[in-house]
Ligand binder design. Structure first.
Ligand code: KIV
Length: 290
């Protein structure tokens, strides 16, 4: 069915018919967890482009424009070199391609850690440039003041604890966190600090399962797990990982497709047809009209 627009001449607003699905809001996502219980788990996937957003939108509650785009889209060695401009451009594309899921945009390394004021400037730029609903930043108790500063100034924040990829140079790699008691306690107390500072949700990444369960019980806001536990209040995966775009499959990823083979197969078939002049055929060529 095609969309038509009714112009209201008094306001110059065009109203689309049929009305698009209403976009989920951050307060609605936050309210999914009531008194420690999330009856309907939160579905989040990463998205970096408008077309990807269009395809994922209806199935998801949240679309995350993750700084993982550094590796996935740009072939960078880590998320460290990702810039605010890269995030703003991809987030704007994802907002344009979606109408239902709330869009969350990652704050890249170096754009928020210095001070709450620096974080506000960066987050305000990201939201103005993209139309996204909220930002995500990495770090626990050290970021609590910043989370509260942003939240009380109109910028909802999703936290991120456990394996925090922007800290790869401190952590020394991407292995699961929380194998010592001290580290386990720190991850749970980081999640609590973010919750108390007003984070509307907290990503718990790459931790041994009891930590994810303890953090989920300890915080009032929803936890979103990745390499964590089915007991989290929601789950996130990098879309390209779950589609099978890469040879390397982290242990916590479930592959729902083998899209890399589909793409390679199509490219090989196309190349063969170009080389044998089977493509373009009569259906793909224009002839003069009689
Ligand atoms: O950047 C990202 O994609 C993320 C998710 C994996 C949580 O932070």
């Amino acid at each position: 069915m095609s969309t038509t627009f009714q112009l209201d001449t008094s306001t110059s607003r065009a109203t689309p018919t049929p009305a698009p699905m209403k976009r989920l809001t951050v307060p609605k996502i936050r309210a999914r967890k009531q008194d420690g219980v999330t009856a309907e788990p939160i579905v989040m996937l990463t998205a970096y482009t408008a077309r990807q957003a269009q395809l994922l939108d209806a199935a998801c509650d949240l679309l995350l424009v993750g700084d993982s785009l550094g590796q996935v889209i740009y072939g960078l060695p880590s998320t460290i070199p990702v810039t605010l401009e890269m995030m703003a451009n991809h987030a704007a594309a994802v907002v344009r391609g979606s109408y239902h899921a709330a869009v969350i945009v990652d704050m890249p390394f170096g754009s928020y850690e210095q001070s709450p004021q620096q974080a506000f400037e960066s987050a305000a730029y990201l939201l103005k440039a993209s139309g996204a609903a909220a930002v995500k930043l990495e770090g626990g108790a050290a970021m609590a003041e910043t989370v509260s500063f942003l939240n009380t100034r109109g910028i909802p924040v999703m936290g991120h604890v456990g394996l925090t990829p922007q800290a790869v140079n401190v952590l020394g790699g991407y292995m699961a966190r929380g194998r010592s008691e001290a580290e386990a306690d720190k991850i749970v107390s980081d999640a609590v600090a973010l919750d108390e500072a007003g984070a509307f949700a907290v990503v718990v990444e790459g931790v041994v399962e009891p930590i994810a369960i303890a953090a989920t019980r300890a915080v009032s806001c929803p936890t979103i797990g990745i390499g964590a536990s089915a007991h989290c209040d929601g789950q996130v995966l990098v879309t390209e990982d779950m589609l099978g775009m890469f040879e390397r499959v982290p242990r916590f990823v479930k592959r729902y497709e083998d899209i890399a083979s589909t793409i390679q197969g199509a490219a090989e078939k196309y190349a063969e047809e170009v080389r044998t002049r089977a493509f373009p055929g009569p259906d793909q060529t224009y002839q003069p009209r009689d």
